[in-house]
Write a protein that binds this ligand. Structure first.
Ligand SMILES: [Zn+2]
Ligand SMILES: [Zn+2]
Length: 264
């Protein structure tokens, strides 16, 4: 069994064949998928998908790209939607200093606010950090986000940052980029990280792993990421599958029995 800890099934890329995509995921052993709604227009669609499919769960929040769209109504709406039992985490929230689609200062303010909101909702957080490692870590520390716990998704920091996140009780989610030929230092870092702290994700429809690099990504492809982690660590695939599954179940506070169709 595998868990894709981060995908965007609500996106237009899956509009035509979502049911097929979900069927292929289950056939590949991907029993759980966490689909992440990053802005207001997507939240209801995310909940609709999660509510109508066993094993699909929801994560809701405002992405740093959309920080500038937050207004007086945003948090009350999120508070209400997050009462849905299928919502297992708050996110993705954080900082994106690569694309800077919202002003940096505003991203920082909204990140802090949302860490606090997640704590109030008693949800772990899913953190997005792109080219803002130092600031992200600073904010997680100063907000005492270890009280939330959660995931650094699509992790791109270095070993030292990973260690600091693990020390705060966060987990690190590994994307398909680990299968790319040109990510040697990243692979070396993953080799050194304890398996007990790792999750796997697709971030579908983005970042498809080899042999699908450049194509649309989908949850069934998460097995290529698991296989690559097994290869760099020199351990069996099954061990990676089992550990990342258990980690995800722990972080998202789920019991295997919830899906009703797990193989073990
Ligand atoms: Zn992200
Ligand atoms: Zn994402």
């Amino acid at each position: 069994m595998l868990i894709d800890s981060h995908a965007h099934l609500e996106m237009a890329a899956f509009k035509e064949d979502l049911e097929e995509v979900i069927r292929r995921a289950k056939e590949s052993g991907v029993e759980y998928v966490f689909t992440v709604g990053t802005e207001k227009k997507d939240w209801n669609r995310v909940l609709e998908i999660a509510n109508s499919h066993p094993g699909i769960y929801a994560v809701l929040g405002v992405h740093p790209h959309n920080a500038k769209e937050i207004d007086d109504r945003t948090y009350p709406i999120l508070k209400e939607l997050c009462q849905n039992k299928k919502v297992r985490a708050y996110g993705e929230i954080g900082l994106d200093f690569f694309r800077n689609l919202s002003p940096r200062e505003l991203q920082i303010t909204r990140f802090r606010e949302q860490i606090r909101l997640a704590l109030e909702l008693d949800l772990p957080i899913v953190v997005h950090d792109r080219e803002a490692h130092h600031e992200t870590l600073d904010i997680l520390k100063s907000e005492r986000a270890e009280r939330n716990g959660g995931i650094l998704h699509c992790f791109s920091g270095d070993y030292r940052m990973a260690q600091a996140c693990l020390d705060m009780g966060f987990s690190i989610s590994i994307p398909g980029t680990i299968t790319f030929k040109d990510t040697g230092p990243f692979q070396e870092m993953v080799r050194k990280l304890p398996l007990e702290s790792l999750l796997i994700e697709t971030d579908a429809p983005f970042l498809a792993p080899v042999p699908f690099r450049g194509k649309r990504n989908e949850p069934s492809f998460v097995r290529y990421t698991a296989q690559r982690i097994a290869d760099v660590k020199g351990i069996p695939f099954e061990k990676v599958a089992e550990a990342t599954t258990n980690n995800a179940l722990r972080v998202f506070r789920l019991k295997e029995a919830d899906s009703g169709r797990c193989s073990r």
